[in-house]
Design a protein around this ligand. Structure first.
Ligand SMILES: O=c1ccn([C@@H]2O[C@H](COP(=O)(O)O)[C@@H](O)[C@H]2O)c(=O)[nH]1
Length: 516
């Protein structure tokens, strides 16, 4: 660990980097880079941007840049290889490189952070072994302040795998990760993969720039530069495919998007969530419809009309003007016939005692019929204890879904709230089986369901703060299940609309699983 309290790095005023934390034990390039960054003081202020051309030429001179036929980690043959580990033997070049990285961060106002983390990929196996065998068994070393924004620094980005793994570890200890900075982007799939995990990639150099500088200086023939361009254009796909096994392995452990619903079902420990996965698989539907209608007859008619295409019907029982428990019995029959589950979107948000009565009693007796109920994390973990207590007064168990954040404009569910709220779910995973969310919650494991409202093929909002995205956008970003309300209930033909949303959402899920 390298720690420098109160350090103001040469990166400048936008990033008051107080500390550096490192994943595992670094002995390589990044240890040196991050140390160099930390040790540069503000005495260098104003001289932050490195001379790109000079760096490339220096790299070339010491043999960091190699042309020929090189087998990458993915197995793909590349006409260019950049071995940045070598620059550790050239202190002045190391300083130049760290300035370049610092300049990359400085030049982008978006890169605001409290701490930085170096990712020495080559040292990760050693770090992992050490973490398992010795001491605190921590994977992330350094003083962790949950809620701090941490920027990840790596040498080279190809698929983004090592950064994704590191981000997952950092997020697990409560840090917020939204940006990564690398010295070199190989222009493969890193930018896209990282974006899928909520990380923006910033880079100092890319292969195209390197070739262009070297051609300009007469150190590289245009032919070879063209080969490199062709490689970038044509083989980045293969490169990504070659790396797919490793990517899958990593994502299977610490992320969820790549996994098929059948695999997710196996990971879930909750019988109701398992049933929902099975329904999704059997019906090839990840569509939940929000039946926000105000009469029992209207809800029942809708359920009958769209039942075959949905995996879940979501209701707000307290907006139904003529509610009776007979209505619930009728709805359950339709659910049985069409094989869907029912979620009461009650958004419980009170202290445990009150919530236990709201779930287990009252006029609606929600706990006696809902398969899923939603709740807010705002009151703290006592709310889950309250829900569990309420269930004791009910004839059956209910699976709980935490509202991690909200679709509405100006929602106060910022990243710190979300990360505290999801901890409640992680601590109660027997009862809390998923989230209502607008983000992929990548730090949470694959056993949790993600449901996303605010879906409508018409992008216009409702004038009351609701914000909409398409099924494709939300499934790509974060949703296992899309929740569509007025897109179906307000359509001229709700059954046809439901069929359309179902087809589009499930196709988007298939693409997501196939792609990753
Ligand atoms: O963040 C949230 C949480 C819940 N909802 C609910 O979803 C539906 C959306 O209905 P639309 O007609 O598609 O806007 C509604 O029942 C909300 O209570 C949400 O929209 N956002």
């Amino acid at each position: 660990m390298v720690e420098k309290s109160g350090l103001q790095t040469a990166i400048g005023r936008v990033c008051l980097s107080r500390r550096i934390i490192q994943k595992g034990t670094s002995k390589g390039f990044l240890h040196a880079i991050t140390s160099a960054m930390a040790l540069q003081s503000s005495e260098k202020n104003g001289k932050l941007s490195a001379d790109l051309e000079r760096v490339v030429l220096e790299f070339n001179e010491v043999g960091v840049i190699k042309f020929g036929c090189y087998k990458l980690k993915s197995g793909v043959q590349s006409p260019i290889y950049i071995d940045l580990r070598e620059i550790i033997s050239f202190p002045s070049l190391l300083t130049t490189a760290s300035n370049l990285l610092a300049g990359t961060i400085y030049n982008d106002d978006a890169v605001v952070h409290d701490v930085i983390c170096g990712v020495p990929y080559a040292a990760l196996p050693i770090a992992t072994l050490e973490a398992k065998a010795h001491g605190t068994k921590k994977v992330v070393e350094g003083r962790i302040v949950p809620g701090n924004r941490c920027i990840i620094i790596d040498d080279v980005c190809t698929s983004g795998l090592s950064i994704i793994e590191t981000a997952n570890d950092l997020r697990e200890v409560g840090l917020i990760v939204t940006d990564a900075v690398v010295l070199l982007d190989r222009q493969a799939t890193g930018v896209a993969n990282l974006a899928q995990h909520g990380i923006k990639l910033h880079w100092a150099l890319n292969l195209t720039q390197i070739c262009s500088v070297l051609v300009g200086a007469g150190h590289l023939t245009p032919d070879v530069a063209q080969q490199v361009e062709a490689f970038i254009a044509g083989s980045c796909k293969n490169e990504a495919n070659g790396d797919l096994t490793a990517l899958h392995a990593a994502l299977g452990v610490s992320s969820w998007k790549a996994l098929h619903f059948s695999e997710r079902k196996k990971l879930s420990q909750n019988e109701i969530a398992q049933r929902l996965y099975q329904v999704m698989l059997d019906k090839e539907s990840n569509l939940a419809v929000a039946a926000d209608l105000t009469s029992c007859a209207a809800v029942l008619a809708l359920a009958e009309a769209i039942g075959r295409d949905i995996c879940l019907l979501k209701i707000h029982v307290d907006i139904i003007e003529d509610f009776t428990l007979e209505f619930i019995m009728d709805l359950k029959k339709i659910a049985g016939r069409h094989n869907f589950l029912i979620m009461e979107d009650r958004k419980f948000s009170d202290i445990g005692f009150t919530v236990s009565n709201q779930l287990g009693g009252g006029l609606y007796r929600i706990g006696d019929w809902a398969d899923f109920v939603t709740f807010h994390g705002l009151p703290g973990s006592g709310i889950v204890e309250g829900l569990k207590t309420g269930m004791k007064n009910c004839s059956r168990s209910v699976a709980c879904i935490l509202v991690a954040d909200m679709s509405s404009k100006g929602a106060l569910t910022g990243p710190e709230y979300v990360s505290s709220a999801v901890k409640i779910a992680e601590e109660h995973r027997d009862d809390v089986v998923g989230f209502v969310t607008q983000t992929d919650l990548s730090s949470c494991d694959a056993s949790f369901l993600r449901m996303t409202p605010g879906v409508n093929i018409s992008a216009a909002g409702d004038g009351l703060g609701q914000q909409y995205n398409s099924p494709e956008e939300v499934v790509g970003r974060c949703a296992d299940i899309i929740i569509v309300g007025r897109g179906v209930t307000g359509a001229a033909d709700p059954a046809a609309a439901a069929a359309m949303y179902k087809t589009r959402a499930f196709a988007a899920y298939r693409r997501r699983v196939d792609k990753l």
